[in-house]
Write a new protein. Structure first.
Length: 418
């Protein structure tokens, strides 16, 4: 019997959960199956999931195909209707040992073809914790799952459920094990990371978790936090970013737009000036801090003037890395019922944002030439600075180590170590 083959689409959290599912499937003895862990963030993501399923079926005639993840959770009927699909499993069910035990050894069990329950009723902490997911250099630790907010464009709360937090003590113990295993950097991940702690006793904040990790795991060289909502950054987190050198000077912000009317129609919790002020204040507190951001191009009702405000905000915030999403309507979301922007206009605005993002990234690379950086090696000849910028080396370096490097130049995509 062959071990199941896993395909992961979408976010880092999905990749994390795929590693957990591998463990669960192995323990249950599941075999001879392909598992597709889907993403639902855009309609395009769902289309790609269906395309991937058909490709797997073509290349593996007769193979059992299990579909799970956010798209399976939000649109189980879509995948159940596909003749290539053997089982559809929800986001909660995929993290349960009994689900996989019911599929062993070769999907001939008595389980229902569709196992997708109401994820909004799930209340326990984020799922199955694993040690050491990531490269040999960097490990990812899931500390939170789900989202309590209801942005008008977003289907993810219906795929992930309400916010649930992993207790601080559990997180600290896992990071201690990772450091003991030789990891030099740990990244905290979640769906809505700044909501961590709201469901725990005494309602601690993300800043409390960060400070506790840095205090109780003194041998951890580098701690990084993934995407955050800047308006929800608590005082302890802001203080840690400003004062803790082991907390990396790179923040990825969920900004989405730079026009106040669009932000209100998105049902975001911040306004344009809030984002600009946060970026300015944090950079004053820590001058080496750089920002990435998620930006949506062509949200419903967005005019040329509104889009110009977003371009303006990108510059005013001093962003460096842009993650641009051309808007696509998600069935079941309020934004899908709003007046839509023409697809050609959305495409053009996304291209303008990406071009601006390229200019900002180029400027950042040029600014680093001649500077000294401490680089965490991800492969023998490529690593990342504390600001998450890629650096190429002309000779092999020990993977997983942190090496000092003087930047001699760049090629437009990576820095080059001298």
């Amino acid at each position: 019997m062959n071990a199941p083959v896993f395909t992961t689409l979408g976010c880092r959290l999905n990749a994390y959960e795929t590693e957990a599912m591998k463990d669960l499937a192995q323990q249950a003895g599941v075999a001879n199956a392909h598992v597709v862990n889907t993403c639902a963030v855009t309609a395009e993501a769902v289309r790609k999931a269906r395309q991937e399923i058909r490709k797997i079926a073509r290349e593996n005639p007769g193979a059992a195909i299990i579909v799970t993840g956010c798209a399976a959770q939000t649109e189980p009927e879509t995948f159940a209707a596909m003749p290539e699909v053997t089982r559809v499993i929800g986001n909660h069910e995929k993290m349960q040992p009994e689900t996989w035990a019911g599929l062993a050894p070769d999907l001939i069990g008595t389980t229902e073809r569709v196992q997708v329950d109401d994820i909004l009723s799930v209340q326990e902490t984020a799922g199955h914790l694993i040690d050491g997911f990531g490269t040999r250099a960097r490990a990812y630790v899931q500390v939170q799952n789900g989202c309590d907010h209801r942005c008008t464009f977003c289907i993810i709360p219906y795929g992930r459920g309400n916010s649930r937090s992993v207790p601080a003590g559990v997180v600290v113990e896992q990071i201690k094990r990772l450091v003991g295993a030789g990891y030099n950097e740990v990244v905290l991940t979640g769906v809505d990371l700044t909501s961590w702690g709201a469901d725990l006793p005494a309602t601690p904040k993300l800043g409390d978790l960060v400070r506790r990790i840095l205090k109780l795991v003194p041998d951890l060289p580098r701690l990084r936090i993934s995407s955050i909502d800047s308006i929800e950054a608590d005082p302890a987190l802001i203080e840690a970013i400003a004062a803790e050198p082991r907390l990396m000077p790179h923040l990825h912000l969920s900004l989405q737009a730079g026009d106040d009317m669009i932000l209100k129609r998105m049902k975001r919790r911040h306004l344009r000036d809030d984002a600009i002020r946060f970026c300015e204040d944090m950079r004053k507190a820590r001058p080496d801090l750089i920002y990435g951001a998620d930006i949506i191009a062509g949200f419903p009702t967005e005019t040329d003037e509104m889009f110009a405000n977003t371009l303006d905000m990108v510059r005013a915030c001093g962003l460096t890395w842009l993650h641009v999403f051309p808007y696509s309507p998600r069935k079941g979301t309020p934004a899908a019922r709003m007046p839509q922007v023409l697809k050609a206009v959305i495409k053009d605005r996304a291209a303008q944002l990406r071009a601006l993002g390229d200019q900002l990234a180029q400027a950042h690379l040029a600014q680093q030439v001649g500077r000294e950086h401490r680089v965490l090696m991800e492969s023998p000849r490529m690593g990342r600075t504390e600001q998450f910028t890629e650096v190429s080396f002309g000779t092999d370096q020990p993977v997983g180590s942190i090496v000092p490097a003087r930047i001699a130049g760049h090629d437009g995509a990576q820095l080059r170590a001298g």
